[in-house]
Design a protein around this ligand. Sequence first.
Ligand SMILES: NC(=O)c1ccc[n+]([C@@H]2O[C@H](COP(=O)([O-])OP(=O)(O)OC[C@H]3O[C@@H](n4cnc5c(N)ncnc54)[C@H](OP(=O)(O)O)[C@@H]3O)[C@@H](O)[C@H]2O)c1
Length: 323
Amino acid sequence: MRVMRAETFSGYQGLKLIELPKPALTDGKVLVRMTAAGVTPLDHTILSGKFHGSKAPLVLGNEGAGVVEEGGGTDFPVGSRVMFFGAYGAFENGTYSEWVAVRKEDLCLIPDNVDDVRAAGIPVAYLTAQVALTLAGFRAGKTVLAPAIGGSIGNAVTQLARALGAKHAISSTTNHAKAEQAKALGFNEVIDTSLEKLGDGVRRITGGYGADIVIDGIGGEVLSEALGTLALGGSLTTLGYSASRKTTIDVTHLIVPQASIRGLNMFAQPKAAITNAWNVIVSLLKSGAIKPIVAKTFPLAEAADALRYLVEGRPFGRVVLTI
Ligand SMILES: NC(=O)c1ccc[n+]([C@@H]2O[C@H](COP(=O)([O-])OP(=O)(O)OC[C@H]3O[C@@H](n4cnc5c(N)ncnc54)[C@H](OP(=O)(O)O)[C@@H]3O)[C@@H](O)[C@H]2O)c1
C-alpha cells in the first residue's frame, strides 16, 4: 500500500511516498481503507523534529476517515464509514496511508450528511474543542473566546460554543481578508486584530464583562492578550502554540479576576471524555448546528505541499489529503 512516511524528522524533504505491506489485523483492531486524512499542525511539529516521543521513520497523520473493511463486528459493519483520531501518526504509523488498523475504541460512525473529506478533519479539532470546553466548565450562557477563527481549534470551539448556547462565542484573526470571510460565513463576533486589539474587541462585544472561558491554541502574544480578557473567576486553557511556545504574562491578569490557567493534552484524555465528546459532536453534526469547513484538498502524494499550505498559508478551514 502507498503511504507518506517521514523517513527523518528534518522538514518537508523528509517526507517520502513509499510502499509498505497492508497492516495485519490483531485483536480489537479494525481494518479501515482510508479515503481522506486531516492535515494538522502536529504533523508539521513532528516532521520538524519538535515533538517529544515520536520516532522516525513514521507514517504521519493523526486523524482521518475511511471505510471499514474487516474486524468491525456489529458496531462497525463492513462498508460503514468511520472517522477517528488517536496515537496514529505520533506514536505509531498514521493516516497518510491507504489502510490503517484502528483500535475499535477510537472509531466513530460518520453521519450520513457529512462527506468523507469533511469528516477527515473533524476528530482532532472537534474532540479537542469539546473536551476543552467541558473541562473549563462550559454551559449555556457563558462567554467564550477562542482565537483564530480560520484555524481548526478556533473555528471548532467557536462553532461548538455557539451551538451549545454560549452568550458570546468570540474569535479573532490577524488577517483582514479572513475577518471579511468570517463575516460572510456568519461568524459575527470575530475581532480583526489588524484593526483592534484583542482585549478591546472582547470588551466591546461583551460590554466590558470579558470572557469566562478562553481556549487558546496560538500561544505567544495572543495568549498573553487573551489572558487579559478574563472575567471574574474565568479560565484560560492553553493547548497549542501556532505562534509561539513562549510568552510573557501580566500576573495581575490572573490575580485581579482570581482567574486560572491550565493545559490540555488530548493524548492524556480518559476514554469516557472522548466518548462523551463524540456524542455531543455527532448530534450537532446530524442537526447541522455545526458545519466543519474545508479550505483545500491535496492528493496523498502532495502531503508536503499540503503541510506547507496549512502552516505557511494559514488558510480558513481544514486541509485534507484525499487517498
Ligand atoms: N494539546 C492538544 O492536545 C492539541 C490538540 C489539537 C491541536 N493542538 C495544537 O493547537 C494549535 C492550533 O491548532 P490548529 O489546528 O487550530 O492550527 P491551525 O488550524 O493551523 O490555525 C492556526 C491559526 O493560528 C493563527 N496564527 C498562526 N501563526 C500565528 C502567529 N505567528 N501569530 C498569531 N496568530 C497566528 C493563524 O490565524 P490567522 O491567520 O487568522 O491569524 C492560523 O490560522 C497547534 O499548535 C496544534 O498542534 C493541540
